[in-house]
Design a protein around this ligand. Structure first.
Ligand code: MN
Length: 257
């Protein structure tokens, strides 16, 4: 199979490199990832600047492009210029979790959303640790999930992408898999106020997540905390269909202009 791998931490980050090395077992691997750190950039695309690329040659990788752009740029560009019809897009493995409402800020998840918009089976994979540089278990889990989905003809789910979060524990300590729903991730949004060398005030966002108190392992944050691999099906259609149906009865459509 043909697999396009991307991320938001940059092409040289250990997460994408370790995933790419293991994913070679799946078939032809293409890399298109940001040249530099693009975490929390969401679904941004580059329209006011040129998008420059640098080609790398990496052992066992068909083509590797470092892109001066966002994760969504990387996917768009790869589909246009490197591999038009991959069987799968994997975004990751991210350094740090992508849980609950944080997926709305995530470059990792946005790259997978871009893949889904383009009609390609896509998944985002994150390791729930900012400290660990060892992505071997998470990469193994990724391959296990990909092979399972492929063997059961479940790789394609239109309009849907999978958001996978892996707890940072040895394989023996993983409890298994949970198909989850997004929780609500709340932060103490503490801005650290500082002063630059010229005496100007500036801020640095340094919020810590507030403990969510969720115990139901159907919620992604709780599942990962309980050492389950969390798999959440996400969709990019943000329409609230319940309210949409209700609003049809509100008479707004009969309002005279
Ligand atoms: Mn990241």
């Amino acid at each position: 199979m043909q697999v396009l791998i991307t991320n938001d931490d940059g092409i040289m980050s250990p997460g994408i490199q370790q995933l790419a090395a293991q994913a070679r077992q799946l078939g032809d691997i293409y890399l298109s990832a940001p040249l530099s750190q693009k975490s929390a950039i969401g679904h941004g695309i580059t329209i006011w600047d040129p998008i420059r690329i640098k080609e790398y040659s990496l052992p066992g990788i068909k083509k590797a492009w470092a892109v001066e752009g966002t994760p969504a740029d990387c996917v768009k560009l790869a589909i246009n210029h490197i591999c038009p019809q991959p069987d799968l897009i994997i975004s990751g493995i991210n350094n740090g979790p992508n849980l609950g409402t944080d997926v709305l800020y995530s470059g990792t998840v946005s790259a997978a959303i871009e893949g889904a918009i383009l009609g390609i089976p896509s998944m985002a994979v994150s390791l729930n640790s900012f400290q660990s540089d060892d992505y071997s278990v998470a990469a193994e889990i990724t391959l296990l999930v990909v092979r399972y989905l492929e063997n059961h003809s479940k790789l394609v789910s239109p309009d849907t992408l999978l958001n996978v979060n892996v707890p940072p524990v040895p394989k023996e300590e993983l409890k298994g898999f949970r198909i989850t729903r997004l929780g609500i991730r709340e932060y103490e949004n503490t801005f650290d106020q500082r002063t630059d060398p010229r005496g100007n005030m500036y801020f640095w966002l340094s919020g810590m997540p507030i403990p969510h108190g969720e115990e139901d392992p159907e919620i992604d944050m709780a599942a990962v905390e309980q050492n389950y691999v969390s798999i959440t099906p996400l969709q990019f259609d943000l329409t609230n269909y319940r309210i949409w149906k209700d609003m049809k009865e509100w008479g707004l459509e009969d309002l005279h202009l």
